[in-house]
Unconditional design. Structure first.
Lengths: 328, 332, 279
């Protein structure tokens, strides 16, 4: 996974958020690479900053957030250098689209579903054909109906006329997935899209996403806290802890041979692998007062003095990178 | 919807009872007041019989109800004309003033509220906050007088009082709203004069409403901007300049529209003061006259009318809310 | 007192509190602060309608009385009326709201319907009619304002009581066989108190304005009372020349009401943090 061939490459991203009682250093030198046509997962406990990473890529960080340093290269262009207008015009919806976490809150309750989705297509679904507003709208509508069929939403024509509150959570998530694919983006960022759903629906949506990614040939960035989902869906994975990227590589490789102590414990504690509810001892540090150096060292069984001195550099071996003094 | 309308009926009935009780019961014997200070007992008794004050209160009330149902509000003791006619004649003036004030309040208040929300916590926002909190602290009668001092007396750019200059006649009656009627009759000179006369009273009346609307729009928009669907729309590439007016505003307006219903009541009350100061020939000044001359039939009629209008406006507000937010519509 | 500290951080709320405190101080010490305290009822036609000067910083009015003194003295009726009206409205409205919220059925319906009827007409209009019927005087104005303001408290307390009635601790108390009135006054009321206090503070400003309007229309204070609304009414016929006569009492009204509004807003933010975010 070299940055040169990646569709999206995040390098050394540092983000802080101003809170009432101090400055939270939410992301600390995070690296991520997404090759074209692959599904990459970002996994970590809640609060580790994975959602912030997703939002930083799209430029939808909260008002109080600041990007301290780093680079987000999309097809070679640094997204951090673009202003909001540029991002809106060229990137969002068109090149990179978004599937949010909570389907219940993501759709505007006072607009019909069709209106909302078609509106987005109006801005970004470019086809170059010159046939006037009415013709374009008809084509968009047709494409949207096709997509709704692809996401297995019943009765697509009718669905467009209804309001969000008339759909179930799973149905709304399908709508959002269709919306994300409507403008034929190159990258889809999915921020824990199945967390708010019940287990059966979760499995359905995951399968759907896997199939769609293949059929439509899009790259996907999949944010999740569940390693099981990563195993199911992702070609490659990046593990995050407390705002730092600790390990990255092909999913199969990491599942078989996890190197970073955190990754090992994370996999070991997964309900599919262990019936022990013990979990990892200790608590996730608050981003307001993070431990120096490697942020995992207070909970790490293999910690040494040098771990607190400085953040360990990432060492890559083939496609498998890890940031731990044990390997470098 | 029907249920909502029906709920209003007992309240209106209670209002009828209330107004009746107030005027008949509180000054113990209205006939003495009506007869004047030097009346003999015989004259008082005559008046009592004439107005039916000698019959039992309950009977008087039912007579009153029957009259109201027939649209007969009695004769004004001050003008000598039927109260219903007095009110009908003066109503358009108040409507014109109130609508103009509402228009100004909403037309300025909503955009200002949006600006304050979008420029949250900047100096623009703080400046607007001072204006909105201050706006409701100004006594409208004093504000009216200050405006008159500045614009009518010192600068002499706007007329001091009234609805139309003495040189001009009212336009031919179509709606009773001078601005509309004068345009319909093609009389631009009347239109301009009426507009000039309308300016100061409208500004005075709308000031409090403007402050409140700005405030509520601001908090409504701020709250909406925090919502997930706005973040999602931004992520999906919705341009900001379209996002606010089209997408966000509809959700933020729920609070504002609710406020407008309540504001109408405040506007009606404010109209009383504003009409009194500017000599505006509407229901407000009529009410003040009626109160000063103890013209109880007029007082009753005006109070009742205001109550009914207020109730209707609130029903209208619920209807509009149903249009804006489909979830509300289902509850109606 | 975490609450107080939170309040102190809010600049405009603190400013409001300072203004209110100053106004209260002025009202209390009026006879000693006013340069010509006897101008409350004495007149000196010789020096009538003089422009602001060193001797008379706010000028003199149509009877030669010092406007500055009368403005300072006017603080007393303004604040007293507001205090009495709001206090009496609370005394009537709060218990009614508690009872209506706590009991369902006939009592509740009756109380709320009466509340609706009184609220069906804008407060000022009803108060004006009442004041006229009772006869113009400051005392009758207070009665009129009270009789039209109590429903605002009833509505709020009703909503709060309904909300709290289903709270766990109330059910627990009922399980312990605590009596209705005891639950209402000793337990629900303290929890509803913050909302009531916020309403009362804002109501103070509102009442000062309403009382001033009544005074302006001649339905409240009567001459020679140094009431602010009355002063503005008296000043009208001497405009535009004697502008100071009309201007300063109005500024006084504005400042005091502004102070109460800021103070009330600050209290509201402290009391209901939910509203704070969208402030």
């Amino acid at each position: 996974m070299t940055a040169g061939t990646a569709l999206l490459a995040v390098e050394g991203l540092r983000v802080s958020i101003a809170a009432d009682d101090g400055v939270a250093r939410v992301l600390d030198h995070v690296d991520l690479a997404i090759p074209g046509g692959r599904v990459v997962g970002v996994v970590g406990e809640s609060g580790c900053g994975k959602s912030t990473l997703a939002r930083a890529i799209l430029g939808i960080l909260p008002r109080a957030a600041r990007v301290e340093s780093g680079r987000i290269a999309f097809a070679g262009e640094d997204l951090l250098r673009l202003d909001q207008r540029e991002l809106t015009r060229r990137i969002r919806g068109r090149e990179i689209s978004f599937i949010p976490q909570d389907p219940y809150l993501a759709l505007n309750p006072t607009f019909r579903v069709g209106t909302q989705l078609l509106e987005i297509m109006r801005w970004h679904a470019s086809d170059g054909a010159a046939d006037g507003a009415r013709g374009r709208r008809a084509r968009h509508r047709a494409r949207l109906v096709e997509l709704l069929r692809a996401v297995q939403l019943a009765d697509p024509e009718q669905a467009l006329e209804r309001y969000p509150h008339q759909f179930s959570g799973g149905q709304r998530q399908r709508l959002l997935i269709a919306g994300a694919l409507a403008c034929r983006p190159r990258l889809v960022i999915a921020d824990e899209p199945t967390t708010a759903l019940d287990v059966t629906t979760q499995l359905q949506i995951l399968k759907l996403l896997r199939d769609l990614a293949g059929d439509f040939g899009v790259s996907m960035l999949f944010v999740t806290h569940d390693f099981g989902v990563v195993a199911e869906l992702c070609d490659e994975v990046m593990v995050m802890y407390a705002g730092q990227s600790v390990e990255a590589g092909a999913t199969a490789e990491i599942l078989d041979r996890p190197r970073h102590p955190y990754t090992q414990m994370l996999i070991a504690c997964h309900p599919d692998r262990s019936s022990d509810l013990a979990g990892i001892p200790g608590v996730v540090p608050s981003p307001l007062a993070p431990p120096p150096g490697c942020r995992f060292h207070p909970r790490c069984p293999s910690a040494r003095a040098v771990c607190a001195a400085a953040r360990p550099a990432s060492v890559a071996d083939g496609g498998h990178a890890v940031a731990c003094v044990l390997y470098g | 919807m029907l249920r909502r309308v029906l709920l209003v009926v007992p309240v209106l009935f209670g209002l009828l009872v209330l107004t009746f009780v107030l005027v008949r019961v509180v000054p113990n014997d209205p006939s003495a007041a009506l007869a004047g200070q030097n009346a003999t007992p015989a004259q008082i008794a005559e008046i009592r019989a004439k107005y039916g004050f000698d019959r039992p209160l309950v009977v008087q009330f039912f007579v009153y109800l029957r009259n109201v149902a027939q649209g007969d509000f009695g004769t004004s003791m001050y003008t000598g004309r039927p109260v219903a006619r007095d009110i009908a004649q003066r109503l358009p003036a108040t409507l014109e003033l109130t609508f103009a004030a509402l228009l100004l309040g909403v037309g300025l208040g909503v955009p200002l509220g949006v600006i304050a929300a979008v420029r949250h916590n900047t100096w623009v926002d703080h400046a607007l906050r001072v204006v909105t909190v201050g706006g409701v602290a100004i006594a409208s009668f004093w504000f009216a007088i200050m405006l008159q001092l500045l614009f009518a007396m010192a600068l002499d750019v706007l007329p001091l009082r009234g609805r139309l200059g003495t040189a001009l006649d009212a336009p031919r009656f179509l709606t009773g709203l001078y601005l509309v009627d004068s345009l319909a009759a093609g009389r631009l000179d009347v239109f301009w004069d009426a507009l000039k006369h309308l300016t100061l009273p409208t500004v005075t009346l709308s000031f409090g409403a403007l402050a409140t609307i700005t405030r509520f729009t601001r908090s409504g928009v701020l709250e909406t901007l925090q919502k997930d669907y706005v973040t999602y729309a931004t992520a999906a590439g919705y341009p900001r300049r379209v996002l606010i007016p089209v997408y966000v505003l509809r959700n933020s307006l729920v609070a504002t529209v609710t406020q407008i219903g309540l504001l109408f009541g405040a506007l009606l009350a404010g109209a009383v003061v504003v009409e009194a100061v500017y000599d505006w020939p509407g229901i407000g000044s009529y009410a003040v006259f009626a109160i000063f001359t103890s013209d109880y039939k007029a007082i009753l009629a005006v109070t009742l009318l205001v109550g009914v209008v207020y109730a209707c406006v609130n029903i209208l507000v619920d209807l509009v809310l149903g249009l804006i937010d489909p979830r509300v519509a289902e509850q109606l | 007192m975490l609450v107080l500290r939170k309040f102190a951080r809010d600049a405009s709320g603190m400013a409001g509190f300072v203004i209110v405190a100053l106004a209260a101080l002025v009202a209390l010490l009026a006879p000693w602060l006013a340069p010509h305290p006897l101008d409350a009822h004495e007149s000196h036609p010789v020096q009538r309608l003089q422009a602001p000067s060193r001797d008379f910083p706010f000028g003199t009015d149509n009877l030669g009385r010092d406007v500055l003194s009368r403005v300072i003295l006017g603080a007393r009726p303004a604040l007293t009326v507001a205090l009495l009206v709001v206090g009496a409205s609370m005394a009537i409205g709060v218990p009614l709201g508690l009872v209506a919220g706590y009991r369902s059925g006939w009592t509740c319906e009756a109380i709320m319907r009466v509340t609706d009827v009184v609220l069906a007409v804008p407060q000022l209009i009803l108060a004006l009619a009442l004041a006229q019927l009772l006869g113009p005087s400051l005392r009758n104005a207070m009665v009129a304002l009270t009789l039209t303001y109590w429903p605002f408290f009833t509505r709020i307390v009703f909503a709060e009581t309904r909300r709290l009635k289903t709270a766990v601790f109330v059910e627990a108390l009922q399980g312990l066989n605590a009596g209705g009135p005891r639950i209402m006054f000793a337990h629900i009321l303290p929890n509803a108190a913050p909302s009531i206090i916020v309403r009362a503070t804002i109501g103070m400003g509102f009442t000062i304005l309403s009382a001033a309007v009544l005074g302006f229309l001649g339905m409240g204070a009567t001459p020679p009372d140094p009431e602010w609304g009355l002063a503005v009414a008296e000043s009208r016929e001497y405009l535009p020349d004697a502008w100071w006569f009309a201007t300063f009492p109005g500024i006084a009204i504005f400042l005091v009401v502004f102070g109460f509004n800021l103070f009330g807003d600050g209290l509201r933010d402290v009391v209901d943090p939910r509203l704070r975010r969208s402030r």
